[in-house]
Design a protein around this ligand. Structure first.
Ligand SMILES: Cc1cc2nc3c(=O)[nH]c(=O)nc-3n(C[C@H](O)[C@H](O)[C@H](O)COP(=O)(O)OP(=O)(O)OC[C@H]3O[C@@H](n4cnc5c(N)ncnc54)[C@H](O)[C@@H]3O)c2cc1C
Length: 409
C-alpha cells in the first residue's frame, strides 16, 4: 500500500489568500501542504493576473511582519488621497492621508508582483510542501483527520492525511462543496472592465471612486505613473467596451470619468470580471475552514475583498500556531469563526450597501446621496471611521496586522 503523507494543515488554493496563509505558517513548525492547480507564473493563473490590488495599511503591516513587503515595496504606490464623487451631481468628498495623520490609505500593487514574491518565499522553505500543478480529488472527513487524494498533472495520485483542510480555492470552492457548506450567490448584474491608462498629468497619489448610474468607476495611482481603472458596467455595456478600439474606449472612459485626472492618452490591455456577492453560510465545518473568496467574494467597489481575505489568513495562522498539536480541533475552529465574524459581516455589509445605495435610481435618493457626500466631507469623525474601515480595523486585529510575529513565544 502506498505511504500516506501526514500533515497538520492542507491548504487548497495557492492564490492571493492561500499563498499568504502558507507564508504566514512557514517557520511556525506546523507541517503545511499547499495544493494549487495553476502555477503562479502561468498566464492561466487568474489570482495573479494583470490586475492591481489596493492593499490597506493592515495588509501592508501583515506583509511587513512576514518579510514579504520588502520584495514588493519598490513597486507599490501609496494612496495619499481619495476623491469620491457621483456622475451628474454636485456633492463630492475628499479624504487626505495627512488629515487622518497617516502616511497613506494603502498601497497599490500589481497582483503579479505579489504572486511572484509570495511563491518565491514558499519555494525557499522546505517545510512547506508544494503540489503544483495539482488538484484535490476525493475528500473524506473523519473525526480526527481528513483524508484526501492529490492528483498531480502527470497523473500521479497521493493520499494525504491532514488535521485541517483550508479552503482557499476561490468563489467556486470545491472544498466548500465537498464539506457540505452552502453558499448564497447574488448577481450584481455588473461586469468590471479593468485596464491601465496613461494621462497627461501626474497623479500625485490620488485615487478616485466615481459612482455612475451603471456602476462604480475606480481609478488608482500606479508606481509607473499610470492609472489602474476598474469600471463596473451592465454586462451588455461591458461587452461593448471590451470590443472598442483604444481611442473609442478612451473617449468613453473620459466621458464617464471627466477631466479631474487629466486627459487619458493610452489604454493598455483590458480584462472583464462578472461581479457577484458569494457568501458561505458558515465559515467552518468539521476539519474544514474557509478563507478568502471561498468564504466571501465581494464587489470590488471599495477594494476590500482581498484585504478581508488576508486578515482571515493572518488570524487563522495565529490560531493554528497557538495550538499546533491539533490544527483542526473544533474549539480552535469555533474561536476562529467567532473572531472573524464581525470583520467579515461588517465589510461585506459595507461593500454591498455601497453598491446598492449608489445603484438606487428612486426619485429623491440621488439628492440624499449628494447631501450625504457633502456632509461626509464636512464631518471629520465620519471620515476617520471610513479611513479605519478601509485600513482594516473592524473587530479583533490579528497579531501580524499589528506588525507582530504569528507566534507568541
Ligand atoms: C476587478 C477586481 C478588482 C479587485 N480589486 C481589489 C482590490 O483593489 N483590493 C482588494 O482587497 N480586493 C480586490 N479584489 C478582490 C480580490 O481579487 C479577491 O478578494 C482575491 O482574489 C481573493 O483571493 P483568493 O486567494 O481567496 O481566491 P482566488 O483569487 O480565486 O484564488 C483561488 C486559487 O485557488 C486555485 N484553485 C481553485 N480550485 C482549486 C482546486 N480544486 N485545487 C487546487 N487549486 C485550486 C486557483 O487556481 C487560484 O489560484 C478585486 C476583485 C476584482 C474582480
Amino acid at each position: 500500500m502506498p505511504a500516506v503523507l501526514e500533515v497538520d494543515v492542507t491548504i487548497v488554493g495557492g492564490g492571493m489568500v492561500g499563498a499568504s496563509l502558507a507564508a504566514a505558517l512557514s517557520g511556525t513548525g506546523v507541517r503545511v501542504l499547499l495544493v494549487e492547480s495553476v502555477p503562479s507564473d502561468s498566464g492561466a493563473q487568474r489570482s495573479f493576473d494583470a490586475r492591481t490590488t489596493a492593499l490597506g495599511n493592515a495588509s501592508q503591516r501583515i506583509y511587513g511582519a512576514l518579510g514579504i513587503w520588502a520584495a514588493i515595496a519598490g513597486e507599490a504606490e501609496p494612496i495619499r488621497s481619495i476623491h469620491i464623487s457621483e456622475a451628474g451631481r454636485f456633492g463630492f468628498a475628499r479624504l487626505t492621508a495627512t488629515e487622518q495623520g497617516i502616511e497613506a490609505f494603502g498601497y497599490v500593487v500589481a497582483n503579479r508582483a505579489l504572486g511572484a514574491a509570495l511563491w518565491r518565499r514558499l519555494k525557499e522553505d522546505p517545510r512547506v510542501l508544494l503540489r503544483v500543478p495539482a488538484r484535490v480529488g476525493a475528500i473524506d472527513i473523519g473525526a480526527d483527520a481528513a483524508v484526501l487524494t492529490v492528483e498531480a498533472a502527470d497523473g500521479a495520485v497521493e493520499t494525504v492525511s491532514t488535521r485541517l483542510i483550508v479552503a482557499a480555492d476561490g468563489a467556486h470552492s470545491q472544498v466548500r462543496t465537498a464539506a457540505g457548506i452552502e453558499a448564497s450567490v447574488e448577481d450584481y448584474v455588473q461586469v468590471a472592465v479593468v485596464t491601465t491608462v496613461a494621462t497627461d498629468q501626474p497623479h500625485e497619489g490620488r485615487a478616485y471612486e466615481r459612482f455612475t448610474a451603471a456602476g462604480p468607476l475606480a481609478v488608482l495611482p500606479l508606481h509607473d505613473g499610470n492609472l489602474a481603472v476598474i469600471w463596473a458596467r451592465a454586462p451588455a455595456d461591458a461587452q461593448e467596451l471590451m470590443a472598442l478600439d483604444e481611442s473609442a474606449f478612451l473617449a468613453r472612459l473620459q466621458a464617464a470619468f471627466g477631466w479631474r485626472a487629466g486627459r487619458f492618452t493610452r489604454a493598455r490591455g483590458r480584462g472583464s470580471y462578472p461581479l457577484k456577492l458569494t457568501r458561505a453560510v458558515t465559515a467552518v465545518a468539521r476539519r474544514v475552514v474557509l478563507i478568502g473568496n471561498a468564504a466571501q467574494a465581494l464587489h470590488p467597489v471599495a477594494g476590500q475583498g482581498f484585504n478581508l481575505g488576508l486578515r482571515d489568513a493572518a488570524m487563522l495562522a495565529e490560531v493554528i500556531a497557538a495550538a499546533p498539536a491539533d490544527a483542526g480541533n473544533e474549539e480552535l475552529l469555533s474561536r476562529f469563526a467567532a473572531w472573524r465574524a464581525g470583520d467579515r459581516g461588517g465589510v461585506t455589509r459595507f461593500t454591498d450597501g455601497l453598491v446598492k445605495l449608489f445603484g438606487d435610481t428612486r426619485p429623491g435618493v440621488g439628492l440624499l446621496r449628494n447631501l450625504g457626500l457633502l456632509l461626509f466631507d464636512l464631518t471629520p469623525p465620519a471620515k476617520s471611521a471610513l479611513a479605519r474601515v478601509s485600513a482594516g480595523f473592524a473587530g479583533p486585529v490579528p497579531r501580524l496586522a499589528r506588525g507582530l510575529p504569528v507566534r507568541r513565544d
